[in-house]
Structures are given as structure tokens and as C-alpha cells.
Design a binder for this molecule. Structure first.
Ligand SMILES: Cc1ncc(COP(=O)(O)O)c(C=O)c1O
Length: 395
């Protein structure tokens, strides 16, 4: 039965992890996978998370099934975090939210719901977008098309071209937008640009699908959710996927939220019933631990305060690294990296060729994907000078 299956090409990111693990250079740096690293190169467990885990260990008295929706209070608290407490869509009870295994689970469950709504569903994604968007949405049977987004030459958003294409999109199609910290480019829409995009979506009756995997990693929890909040205020319907992997550092616990903004409160129960049925047909119910941690953090003032400080620390380290990278490169005679300090979140394209990417790995044990996307959160005051000198060498 399985004899005719041929091995698939290795995932480029997994290849990087393997080569990095084997490399014996003590100065090696892995800038492939999107995880935050502290100054010692570790991806720490936040102490707010540790404290919530200690509480769980002490107080949790059952591991009985919770059901397909997972932890309902968690989903409510996450909706408040995403939209802000008194957002009109929440007040009007137009938000259907459900716990999922990570942001990936949210994207996939949403895709399965969308294909139930009509015969052919098309989603327009940014060019480029996070590589996983395509299989996560496409394998549910959604057709994927692209709108122009990042201008590699000018290191900026091709905003006019993006708007021009959005204006041509047929009514009822969806547009996937990154709420903040665009992966892979780090180039985010300004608030004024979000307003213009929403004008077009409204006029053309296009449904936005907002992927928010990095709330709190860009400007602040509120600023990073600006686009999502605007969409939910101005448009009748929207889809969203939220991840707790990065901002709570809960990567492997697999926790996120899928959400649908409905035209009216009466549509929430039917939507939830479909989401729950979809979940039953894929993984039955989500893992609990990560969501229980987030619920405790968001519902206890002291823990929440501590988490907010830890989140701020991660955000500031990333921003500081971006600024230092620009100034060190400039001191080495390379003034072209100013855009790195303007971009947000974990990722930016360095703008070097695949050959130069390979030289970085071979000559300096610095690993990144061929597109030259770097995980800025993998750099810090300790390894940044070595990184910049190595880049200067291959330029
Ligand atoms: C743009 C984007 N969306 C969603 C996710 C989902 O992540 P996870 O499933 O680990 O929560 C990621 C993770 O890298 C991402 O970059």
C-alpha cells in the first residue's frame, strides 16, 4: 500500500535546523525558524507562563474532555485581547471564537468553514506571504491567488499596485491580510493604509481574513490589532486567526483562536456549531494545557501585568536589534539596511542572493532561508557584531 510513495523533498526550514544542529562552529547562528531567543540563544519559558503552570499543577483537578470548542473562557478572553474590551463587534455579540491548536489550526479550521459556504472559494494572499498559508488554506480546497505586496527593490509595500488589484477582485472573494509584523517581509500597512484598504473591501464587498500571529511584537497590543479592529467595526463579515505561539511563547503547546465576525448576533450559534463539527472531524478537540495557561494569565491582574512586561521586553529587544543592525552595518560601510529598523516583528528580508545566503552558512555558520528572510529575534547584542561582520564579508 505504501510502497509507491516516494520521499518528498525536505522542508527547507527543517533542513536548516538539521545543518545547524550538526555545525560545530561555536559562533553559529540559526535565523531560520521564527522563535524568539534571549541573549543566551535560548527560547525561554516566560515566567508568567511558569507561574500559571504551577497554579495548574496545584489546582487542576480533572483531565476530562472539554469538547470541540475547547476552553470557552479562554476564547472569550482572547477575543477581548484581540478587539479591546468594548469593541462594538464584541458589544453586539457578533464574534464567534473557538480555541484551536495554534494559529495554523485556526487557519485550517477557518478554511474548512469557508468551503462550506459556497462552491468555489478564492482567497487572495500577499505576494509574498508566509509559506504555510498556501498549504493550510489550499488543502481545504480553497483557490489561492496573489495581490502585489512587497517591493524587493525599494524595500517597501507596493501600496498602489496592491490597491489596484484589490479593486479588481470579484465580490465575495476573500483577502488575507497580516494584522501586523508581516511574515516574511516585516513591512506593515500604516493606519492610513489600513483605512484605504478597508474602503476598497467595503465598496467591493470583499471579505477580509486577518491573520494575527504576532500581536504585541510590533508596536503594542493595541496598535498591532488596529487593522483587525477596524475591519470588525466597518465591515459586516470577517474571518480571523490568532496565535498564542509567539506573544505567550507557547509554541509547542499549540494554542490559538479561530474567529468569525458575523453580520448579526443570531448568526453566531450556527457558525459555532459548524466550527465545532469541523473540529470533531479533524482532531476532535484541541489540547488544553496552553489555553489553560493563557486563561489564567489573562484573568489574573498580577499575572497579566507580568506577562505584559515580558511581552514588552521581547518587543523592545527585537526593535533594539533592528536599530543596532542598521548602525553596525553602516559603521562597516553598508548604508543600505535602514529599512530593517522601519520594519516590524520577527522577520525581514536581508536582500542578499541565494548564493550569498549559502556563503553565510559555509563561511560563518549563519543559517537562513534562501529568500534571505532572517528571524531578527534570533539576534541580540552578543551575536549581532559577528553577524554584521559576516554579512559585510559576503556583500
Ligand atoms: C503569519 C503566521 N500566521 C500564523 C502562524 C501560526 O503559528 P502557530 O500555528 O505556531 O501558532 C505563524 C507562525 O509562524 C505565522 O508566521
Amino acid at each position: 500500500m505504501f510502497t509507491h510513495l516516494e520521499a518528498l523533498p525536505a522542508d527547507p526550514l527543517l533542513g536548516i535546523i538539521e545543518r545547524f544542529a550538526k555545525d560545530t562552529n561555536p559562533q553559529k547562528i540559526d535565523l531560520g525558524v521564527g522563535v524568539y531567543k534571549d541573549i543566551n540563544g535560548q527560547t525561554p519559558i516566560l515566567s508568567s507562563v511558569k507561574q500559571a503552570e504551577a497554579q495548574l499543577l496545584d489546582q487542576q483537578n480533572s483531565k476530562a474532555y472539554l469538547g470541540a470548542r475547547g476552553d470557552i473562557q479562554f476564547a472569550e478572553l482572547m477575543s477581548e485581547l484581540a478587539f479591546g474590551q468594548h469593541h462594538p463587534a464584541l458589544v453586539a455579540q457578533r464574534v464567534a471564537g473557538l480555541q484551536t491548536p495554534g494559529g495554523c489550526g485556526a487557519l485550517r479550521v477557518a478554511a474548512e468553514l469557508l468551503v462550506r459556504t459556497k462552491d468555489e472559494v478564492t482567497i487572495w494572499v500577499s505576494d509574498p506571504t508566509w509559506a504555510n498559508h498556501i498549504p493550510l488554506l489550499g488543502s481545504a480546497g480553497i483557490q489561492i491567488k496573489q495581490y502585489p505586496y512587497y517591493d524587493y527593490d525599494n524595500k517597501s509595500i507596493k501600496f498602489q499596485q496592491m490597491l489596484d488589484v484589490l479593486q479588481q477582485i470579484p465580490e465575495g472573494d476573500l483577502v488575507l491580510l497580516h494584522a501586523c509584523c508581516h511574515n516574511p517581509s516585516g513591512a506593515d500597512l500604516s493606519q492610513a493604509q489600513w483605512q484605504q484598504v478597508v474602503d476598497v473591501l467595503e465598496a467591493r464587498k470583499i471579505v477580509p481574513f486577518i491573520d494575527m500571529a504576532y500581536q504585541g511584537f510590533g508596536e503594542s497590543l493595541d496598535d498591532d490589532a488596529f487593522g483587525l479592529r477596524l475591519v470588525a467595526e466597518r465591515l459586516p463579515e470577517a474571518v480571523f486567526a490568532v496565535s498564542c505561539s509567539k506573544n505567550f511563547g507557547l509554541y509547542r503547546e499549540r494554542v490559538g483562536v479561530v474567529g468569525i465576525i458575523t453580520e448579526s448576533a443570531s448568526q453566531v450559534p450556527p457558525v459555532i456549531s459548524h466550527l465545532a463539527q469541523i473540529v470533531r472531524g479533524i482532531y476532535s478537540m484541541p489540547p488544553d494545557h496552553g489555553a489553560a495557561i493563557v486563561r489564567l494569565i489573562l484573568s489574573q491582574a498580577e499575572l497579566k501585568q507580568q506577562w505584559l512586561q515580558e511581552l514588552q521586553h521581547m518587543r523592545e529587544q527585537i526593535q533594539q536589534t533592528r536599530e543596532s543592525l542598521v548602525s553596525i552595518m553602516s559603521s562597516l560601510g553598508h548604508d543600505q539596511f535602514g529599512f530593517v529598523a522601519q520594519e516590524k516583528g520577527m522577520f525581514s528580508f536581508l536582500g542578499i542572493t541565494p548564493q550569498q545566503v549559502h556563503r553565510l552558512a559555509e563561511e560563518s555558520a549563519i543559517y537562513l532561508v534562501d529568500s534571505s528572510r532572517i528571524n531578527v529575534a534570533g539576534l541580540n547584542v552578543k551575536n549581532l557584531p559577528y553577524f554584521c561582520e559576516s554579512v559585510a564579508k559576503i556583500l
